[in-house]
Write a protein of this length. Sequence first.
Length: 71
Amino acid sequence: MNKYAIEVTRIGGDALMKSVLKEFSSDFVIVSRTQDEIILGDNIKNIKFSRKNNRVLERHFFEGSRGITRK
């Protein structure tokens, strides 16, 4: 377990960590967190989880490159 997985377990317990492991097969980082929700992400997607009922609230997938490009 990395430091982000330990923090998610501390915040939401084992139930939230099980939901996170279903969504992320590789490492993830904590993007944001509030009283009601936590947003986790990697290079491909960001996912918002509810801290109350340990469910996915929203998914956002990145399309194409994330860098600045010139037209």
